[in-house]
Design a protein around this ligand. Sequence first.
Ligand SMILES: C[S@@+](CC[C@H](N)C(=O)[O-])C[C@H]1O[C@@H](n2cnc3c(N)ncnc32)[C@H](O)[C@@H]1O
Length: 290
Amino acid sequence: MHIPVLLNEVMEILKPQKGEFFIDGTFGAGGHSEKILEAIGEKGKLLAFDWDPKASERNIIILEKKNFTFANVNYANAKKFLQENNLPKADGLLLDLGFSSDQLEDSGKGFSFKKDEPLVMSYGESGPTAYEVVNTYSEEKLLEIIKELGEERFPGRIARVIVENRQKEPIKTSLQLARIIRSALPRNYEKGRIDPATRTFQALRIYVNGELENIKKILGDLESIVKSGGRVAVISFHSLEDRIVKNIFRDLKKSGKAELLNKKIISASRDEISNNPRSRSAKLRGLKII
Ligand SMILES: C[S@@+](CC[C@H](N)C(=O)[O-])C[C@H]1O[C@@H](n2cnc3c(N)ncnc32)[C@H](O)[C@@H]1O
């Protein structure tokens, strides 16, 4: 089961009060949502988005609560969703980016390079699949995706072996793809700290889901989603995401529209990392709309 990261720190940024209206943009298994619901009480309201239709099944206790609504939509459409449903701006918004441990373990969509699953990698049911990208995109395009979105040092080698291998037979599963990537990389890749397939899998996942565009869209719409005095917390897991959050928050501060709630980036304590290794790369930033 997915363990929520930086739970206390997120609550410290969001400071949900009784009766407030909150949005959890990335419901996952509802760990953060549970805590927010507790704080806003029965008179508060929580709206949660998750692009993955299965997410709602991961926390059926919350689903039954009257003051909770789950919407199976991309959080990038939050502004439109509020307008179409005549909902007010929120007192707070949480984004806990990326994918959950549950999706890694049991989605059957090929997020993990340790499992033999079809290459899908999309959270929702739209957009290209990782299968299409790997089997039909040009070598140049693959190189660009792996380089830019994986920050991989050997994108050319990986793109080349992918193209060579798919000429023999289609690359159908995550394990097959991981084996091909490993065959292209030095034995002592990143001094053995990470699996050689890690960065390419990250790149494909970000590409397939348009993850960076989604973050830019929702943070660009913040003034229409969160009311004056409202708080925003964003947890990111790699530098590409964090850079976008940092720059947009800085611009909002510069233009006098918001204030930063933490000067230094917040990361997990040693204790949390030992309980939940996934929290190791988590970075939390908080903002208050003025
Ligand atoms: C890290 S998990 C969230 C975990 C959650 N905070 C918890 O405590 O259980 C991220 C979730 O965001 C969802 N997600 C990713 N991109 C999304 C998007 N653009 N719109 C809606 N949900 C998205 C994923 O499907 C995943 O379930």
